[in-house]
Structure formats: C-alpha cells, structure tokens
Design a protein around this ligand. Structure first.
Ligand SMILES: Cc1cc2nc3c(=O)[nH]c(=O)nc-3n(C[C@H](O)[C@H](O)[C@H](O)COP(=O)(O)O)c2cc1C
Length: 360
C-alpha cells in the first residue's frame, strides 16, 4: 500500500469515526488522553515504527539546514500542545520536523481555572485560556535531560503566571531562570512575549521592557538560536519598535504569531480566525527586515496550500496545532507530501528556494 493510501485511510478513520466521538468530550480531557496515548506510542520501537508507517512522509526537497540545525521537513508542532515536553519520542514518527515544547515558566504553574479550552467548530478555531499551565523549568529540564530522543526541540520560555511576577524586574528574573534551565537542552529557544492569558497582560511588548528583558537574556551563555514570539494583534508602530530593539540583541528569528484577542471573549483564538493576522505579520516582518531573520509562521494551517502560503510570504518553517485537532494526525504527512508537490509544480528543487517568493 502506498503512503498516500495509508494516509487517506487514517483521514477517513479520524474525521468520520474518531473526531465525532472526541468532539463530544471536554477538549482538555481529550488533549490529556491524547498525550497519554502519544507517550505510550513513543515508548517502544514497535509502536513508533507503526506510527511512522501510517503517518510519516519524507522527501529531500523538504530538508533545510537552518542556523546549524538540520530540519527533515518544515512542519513543527507549535507551543502549547506539548506543554511539559512529554511527546518528544513520538512526534518525529508522526512526521513532524520539529516541536516547540512549552511554554515553560520559571515556577510550576497550575494555569487558570477550568474550563479553559473550547472548540469553535464553525470558525475552525480553538479558544484558549490555559494561562501557561506547565510543570515549571526545573521538572521539565530534568525530564528532558534523562529522555532519549532524536528530534529538533525548541523550548518556549514565558513568565510564570502569578501576581508575584507582575513587577518588571521579577518578571525578567523569572524568564531568565527558565532560560538558564535549558542552556544545554534542546536546539532552539523561543521567548514568548505574547501569552494572552497571564496576570499583568503582555508587558514585554513595550519596547523598553522588551529591551531590558533581552539584555538579561543576552547575558546567558548558550549556543542555541533565540526566537521571539509576537502577538498578531500588535499595531504596526509597536512591531516597528520591537524590531528596532530586536536588532540590538541576540535574536535569530521570530515566531509569527501567537493567539489573537481581536475578536473579544475570554482568552485568545487560534486557527482560521487567526490565520490572516499571522500572515499579514509574516509579510510585514519579512519585508521590513529584508529576510535577515528566520521566520516560523504559525496560525490556521490546515493543508499544504496554507503552509506554502506562509513559506512564500517569508516563513522558512511552519508550525501548527489547530489544524491537527480538526483534520487528524495524518495532516502532517499530508502537508509535507503536498508541499513536495507544490515545489515540484513551481520548479523548485528545495523548499528554501520558495521562502519569501511572493514578498520581495
Ligand atoms: C491549546 C493551545 C495552547 C497554546 N499554548 C501556547 C503556549 O503555551 N505558548 C505559546 O507560545 N503559544 C501557545 N498557543 C498558541 C499556538 O502556539 C499558536 O501560536 C496558535 O495556536 C496558532 O496556531 P494554530 O492555528 O495552528 O493552532 C497555544 C495554542 C493552543 C491551541
């Protein structure tokens, strides 16, 4: 059986049988159970091999060497799905090229009271109000140190969601504590300054605070590349101010973008509702910085065309969560297979040739 056929079977099974059942239950409970299944599938060679056979797709046209890291494909799991870095062993076999674990904070954090995750089926989006629930940098770094996996791992760092870190200096110290815990673990960092659900809002989108935060982070010795994740709701003047500050610091790229708060209600929205905002930000930042930074594009990617659009706007790498929830785990392989086809159609030998093509 071809990989295309296997993937079509998984799609049918997921969308017609599994998803209608899962979508009857509380989304956070479903997510926690999926994590348990993922941990089991990652635990031994047989289940890893079967997962790979059903889902994984590889093609040299999708491989890139970026900032010294060899990505087997450009599709990564975005921050927020694997908050406590428990899925590092299975995700490569699902077909992902990399993952961003977290967001991880200085102290363990329970997050906001439940319910804090909702499906917006019509809008193909999730409403997220987790409030940075995670085990904290100590427990997660210890777990990763002992884990045996071969996968590109980003660690998303945020500030502990509590009244104690609202003070700017304490907030910076909390970021730095979490940052320091991963100097030798994982492959890249993302500094998340755009969580829509934390105490004290998003204080580090103010240029001066961002400058002070990055000045302290610059002092931590690490060979890993550093990305910064922006909100898609920032006015252009604030984006300009942040980019001006970024130029003075050890920043290699941007993750564009986080959840949007533009449409009101509690928390922030992902998926199709956020997609255009993220794409506009990718377009703007790539053009403004003339491709000097690596961009990871994230928001509303449900198929290969969606991913290709972000790439042609300037993203070298693409991340997703919501598309996988709505379409199934075979989506990653489908997107990669589709991307390889789109590159071929357009006469590109490698994905890197398509980056920013619609935005010069
Ligand atoms: C359940 C959930 C939890 C999230 N938690 C985080 C987080 O902890 N840190 C972060 O930077 N982004 C978080 N995000 C935002 C995603 O990383 C991503 O930016 C956003 O969902 C848009 O991508 P998507 O449309 O593919 O989901 C979360 C998103 C979801 C759906």
């Amino acid at each position: 059986m071809t990989t295309t056929k296997r993937s079509a079977i998984v799609r049918f099974f997921y969308t017609k049988i599994v998803k209608p059942i899962l979508f009857k239950f509380d989304p956070e409970d479903v997510h926690d159970n999926i994590t348990l299944i993922g941990r089991f599938l990652g635990s031994n060679i047989i289940t890893r091999g079967t997962t790979s056979l059903m889902l994984n797709y590889e093609n040299p046209a999708l491989e890139q060497n970026i900032l010294g890291l060899k990505f087997k494909n450009p599709i990564g799991l975005a921050a927020g799905f694997d908050k406590d870095a428990r899925l590092t062993k299975i995700l490569p076999y699902v077909g992902f090229g990399f993952e961003e674990a977290g967001s991880i904070t200085g102290e363990p954090c329970q997050g906001n009271p439940r319910p804090r995750l909702w499906r917006l089926k019509e809008q193909q989006s999730m409403r997220v109000y987790y409030g940075l629930k995670n085990d904290g940098c100590g427990a997660i770094s210890r777990r990763l140190q002992n884990a045996n996996f071969k996968f590109i791992l980003g660690t998303s760092i945020a500030k502990t969601n509590s009244p104690q870190t609202v003070d700017r200096q304490k907030g910076i110290a909390d970021y730095v504590k979490a940052f320091k815990a991963f100097t030798g673990i994982g492959d890249y960092y993302t500094v998340n300054i755009s969580c829509p659900n934390a105490f004290g809002g998003q204080p580090f989108t103010d240029a001066e605070s961002f400058h002070q935060l990055m000045a302290e982070i610059d002092k931590v010795a690490t060979a890993k590349p550093v990305f910064v994740k922006f909100s898609p709701d920032l006015p252009q003047t604030e984006v300009d101010a942040l980019l001006a500050v970024a130029a003075k610091h050890r920043i290699h790229g941007f993750v564009l973008a986080n959840l949007t708060k533009k449409f009101g209600g509690i928390g922030g929205l992902s998926g199709k509702v956020q997609e255009n905002l993220a794409n506009e930000l990718i377009r703007y930042v790539y053009k403004k910085t003339r491709g000097r930074y690596i961009i990871m594009g994230v928001g509303g990617v449900f198929n290969a065309e969606d991913a290709y659009k972000k790439i042609r706007l300037g993203a070298s790498l693409v991340q997703l969560i919501t598309g996988m929830i709505f379409e199934g785990p075979q989506l990653i392989g489908e997107i990669n297979r589709g991307l390889a086809g789109l590159l071929k159609r357009d006469g590109y030998k490698n994905i890197a040739e398509a980056v920013g093509k619609d935005n010069r």
